[in-house]
Ligand binder design. Structure first.
Ligand code: AHM
Ligand code: MG
Length: 333
């Protein structure tokens, strides 16, 4: 059984950049993931990590204590490995420069990380899967120059690595460098991630599930409502099964394995959609395409959207090509 490190070293995954850099990036990601995993597993036993921190983030959303913990765990872990030069996080208004003060701009790394340290965190207190979503780019400005916002506002099609960690019935790290999607399950007794899901793909010709918060039905456009009715119709391979956890990583992971579409459209409350383009939609869209699926905002390919700001939202649809294209037909009717 391959560990994640062995998988990379044996060159089973051809990373465009150095193997050493990929190993160092994962060394930071694994370290933070393991400490979050430990805390998530203790939720319920200690008040220290459960519930609200009493603070709100840049988007005015209540931060959970574990949101803060996860944010700090990733920042510290990336800092200690000196492998990235800048990070943008859902939990921080501005991007964070790594190595700025510690070693006088001697950080020669060219990697930029965008991350949602703990997505779906409102589910922590009720034992529902939550996840970390991450995305890596090469900086646009030359090393030794100060990072600018343009280093972070890159189109999703420039990602060199994207993935998520799902803290569920087991903890699984799923990633892609553009050579397929691979999943590694944490053996908690050894603290090691082992290859458990090589070459993940949406199952061919299986369209089974639709995932959308139907509580917002009255606030959806006609196109979305008509698509929901289509999913429920008794015809051909329909009705589809409705499954919605309200935790993007959990919903996506299940849909990719079992064959389903995830939809978070614009609503009256979220006129631009709820999910954030840079650290939620782009990495999941990258994985979607690598797994043989399609990701769109209803009109355009997600990975081609030019970002305007760090915390920008977008309507988000991802899943098997046939299902996403069908929904686009309804939306553009
Ligand atoms: P968060 O980043 O504040 O945790 O919000 C993102 C989450 C997604 O994981 C999930 O798919 C969606 O919000 C659920 O939203 P809703 O409760 O409106 O259906
Ligand atoms: Mg989130």
């Amino acid at each position: 059984m391959y560990t994640l490190g062995e998988f990379i070293i044996e060159n089973r995954d051809k990373f465009l950049y150095s193997k050493e850099a990929l190993l160092r990036l994962f060394s930071s990601i694994k370290l933070a993931a393991k400490s979050i995993n430990k805390e998530v597993n203790k939720a319920g036993l200690t008040e220290e990590i459960m519930g609200s921190s009493g603070m709100t983030n840049i988007q005015g959303e209540t931060q959970q204590k574990l949101d803060n913990f996860a944010h700090r765990a990733f920042i510290e872990s990336f800092k200690s490995r000196n492998v990235v030069c800048g990070i943008a996080s859902e939990e921080s208004k501005d991007f964070i420069i790594i190595g700025e003060k510690e070693n006088e701009n001697n950080n020669l790394s060219k990697y930029i990380v965008l991350i949602d340290p703990l997505d779906g965190s409102s589910n922590i207190d009720v034992n529902i899967p939550i996840g970390t979503i991450f995305s890596v780019y090469i900086r646009k400005t030359p090393t030794r120059m100060e990072l600018t916002i343009e280093d972070f506002l890159q189109r999703g099609n420039k990602q060199i690595l994207a993935g998520y960690i799902i803290y569920g019935s087991s903890t699984i790290l799923v990633y892609s460098t553009g050579n397929g999607v691979h999943g590694f399950t944490l053996d908690p007794s050894l603290g090691t991630f082992y290859l458990s899901h090589p070459d993940l793909h949406f199952p061919k010709k299986i369209e089974k599930i639709y995932s959308i918060n139907e509580g917002n039905y009255a606030r959806f456009s006609d196109g979305i409502r008509n698509f929901i009715r289509y999913c429920q119709e008794k015809k051909e391979n329909r009705p589809y099964t409705a499954r919605y956890i309200g935790s993007l990583v959990g919903d996506f992971h299940r849909n990719m394995i079992q064959g389903g579409i995830y939809i978070y459209p614009e609503t009256i409350h979220f006129p631009c959609g709820k999910l954030r383009l840079l650290y939620e939609c782009n990495p999941i869209a990258f994985l979607t395409e690598q797994a043989g699926g399609k990701a769109s905002d209803g009109k355009k390919r997600i990975l081609d959207i030019k970002p305007r700001n760090l915390h920008q939202r977008t309507p988000f649809i991802c899943g098997p090509i046939g299902m996403v294209s069908k929904l686009e037909e309804f939306m553009n009717d």
